[in-house]
Design a protein around this ligand. Structure first.
Ligand code: MSP
Length: 513
């Protein structure tokens, strides 16, 4: 039997009642950066995203559009795929819950639970939010019986359904949380999950009979599976659960499910319980990030604060788009998007700090060294000591990526970018040139180009286009995509004599918006 050899990272699968906004893209970009980061570190990676296409909410949206649900989802899914291309998302697969490969395996998994007596029929009545596709208890509702997430009226729903014996798995869940305190991150959220389980788990309904848009329940004609059972199972159906045991064993359990905090309960309680019931291992880690706020509120289309990736990419470019959200907001906490803060990041971090040093260094190599990387003439000396410290701090700090602390990782990387700026100022290659100090000039400009190479490697998970452009300017013979850490960040690996090409500015001045 194969053993796990793949780093497996997922995003939630997105409801296709809508086109993607920056809140959805936030999770997707973060997952992409992690996937690229692990590939850079030499891991075999499987990065999954996709769309959640069943359920009452989708069926209603389709009806409003006077389409069949299938027509509606087929019409919207291409918009999601476009977003992936626009944002340079390097997913290895894209799963749609309407695909036969998924539906068949969902039925197989659920049949397993049924056969072993984990499902029973009962009637349930309670307040239901169609947007969440979830029941609430009365005391979870806010204001005048509104859904706590969507702040819209709930519906009183009474259905005879098949129920999953969730309550039976409470001891297994508590054991999971105790033995794997990193299962839920950030760590504060584990307490939230644990308290929820300790307060007493209710069994949850696993089928619906009031509508047809779902995966048919094999043992109960007229019932379809509750959309969350169907949706969560995407994480195993996409990696060949029930179809190819070897392929499945190489990827499962997932290393990390990236999700927003609103769907933590589904991922940290229901999902591991389903897996334990089905005899599968729970995922290794569930990381819940915060919400993007606009004007103090959760950004969403329904409160008219909807902002779409294409609008921002058109103005700031895709690299800044990817950089901004991860650098500006602590992953795990809520954070405010504003046009002004994005403009400030572009101007300060990208154009002034990074773009400028690239331009200056390559200009000087052009004018003082005939456009070729000069010979350093020996190992780095005392003049390079501070820069060497910044380099070491950046390489070390980038490891925060593994804990999904993108902000800290990027701050660390920028110590090197700023350090390089300081080094250029301190060494003043223009005066070395003027004084004819050829040896020092060679060492200084070699060191600068060498650090730009390291920077290109280290920014590549976050800003793949800018990294590629910078790499090309440096005239390096190897392919950026073949670089692997830690070797690729070692100083001194830049070949002498390579022809650099200043080319266009990496981050040109922004047009007036
Ligand atoms: N279909 C379910 C997930 C099923 S996973 C097995 C779903 N879809 S969703 O499209 O409504 O949301 C997908 C993700 O987008 C969630 O992680 C949610 O937190 C995230 N976001 C939606 N709006 C957001 C913000 N304004 N800010 C940050 N993320 C937000 O839930």
């Amino acid at each position: 039997m194969a053993t796990k050899d793949t780093f497996y990272v997922t995003t939630p699968i997105y409801y296709v009642n809508d086109v993607p906004h920056i809140g959805h893209a936030y999770t997707t970009v973060a997952a992409d950066v992690l996937a690229r980061w692990r590939r850079l570190n030499g891991d075999r990676v499987f990065f999954l995203t996709g769309t959640d296409e069943h359920g009452q909410n989708i069926a209603r949206t389709a009806a409003e559009r006077q389409m069949t649900p299938q027509q509606h989802v087929d019409d919207i899914v291409p918009r999601w795929r476009e977003m992936l291309g626009l944002l340079r998302i390097s997913n290895d697969d894209f799963i749609r819950t309407t695909e036969p490969r998924h539906e068949r395996r969902v039925q197989e998994f659920m049949q397993r639970l049924y056969d072993q007596g984990d499902l029973y029929t009962a009637t349930y009545a309670g307040p239901y939010c169609v947007r969440c596709e979830a029941y609430y208890t009365e005391d979870e509702l806010v204001e005048d019986r509104l859904c706590p997430i969507h702040r819209r009226p709930v519906e009183d729903l009474e259905q005879e359904n098949w129920f999953f014996r969730l309550s039976r798995y409470a001891p297994d869940l508590l054991k999971l949380y105790d033995e794997h305190p990193d299962f839920v991150q950030p760590s504060g959220r584990l307490n939230e999950v644990r308290s929820f389980v300790e307060a007493g788990l209710q069994d949850i309904s696993a089928t619906r009979s009031a509508f047809e848009w779902g995966v048919p329940c094999p043992w109960e004609p007229g019932h379809v599976f509750y959309v969350w059972f169907d949706a969560l199972l995407n994480y195993v159906t996409a990696v060949d659960f029930g179809a190819d045991d070897e392929a499945f064993a190489r990827r499962w359990p997932a290393d990390v499910h990236l999700i927003g905090k609103d769907i933590l309960r589904f991922h940290a309680v229901y999902w591991p319980a389903m897996l334990i019931a089905g005899g599968l291992q729970p995922p290794r880690r569930v990381f819940a990030h915060g919400f993007l706020l606009v004007g103090g509120e959760k950004m969403s289309k329904s409160n008219a604060t909807g902002i779409y990736p294409a609008d921002l990419v058109a103005h700031f470019g895709v690299d800044c788009y990817r950089y901004y959200f991860l650098r500006e907001i602590s992953f795990g906490q809520d954070g405010t998007f504003s046009w002004e803060s994005m403009e400030a990041r572009y101007t300060t971090d990208l154009a002034n700090d990074l773009g400028n040093v690239v331009n200056r260094v390559l200009n000087m190599v052009g004018s003082y060294c005939d456009g070729r990387v000069p010979d350093p003439g020996g190992p780095p000396g005392p003049a390079e000591a501070a820069l060497a410290g910044d380099h070491a701090a950046a390489v070390e700090g980038m490891r925060a990526m593994d804990g999904l602390d993108f902000k800290r990782a990027l701050e660390a990387l920028w110590t090197l970018v700023s350090g390089l700026n300081r080094y250029v100022e301190a060494r003043a290659p223009w005066s070395l040139h003027k004084r004819g100090a050829t040896g020092d000039l060679g060492r200084c400009l070699y060191t600068c180009v060498d650090m730009l190479r390291v920077i290109a490697v280290l920014i590549s998970p976050v800003m793949p286009d800018a990294a590629g452009a910078l790499w090309a300017k440096l005239g390096l013979p190897e392919v950026l995509g073949d670089q692997r850490l830690p070797a690729a960040a070692e100083p001194g690996a830049t070949p002498v004599g390579a022809r650099v090409d200043k080319g266009a500015l990496l981050f040109p001045r922004l047009e007036e918006a």
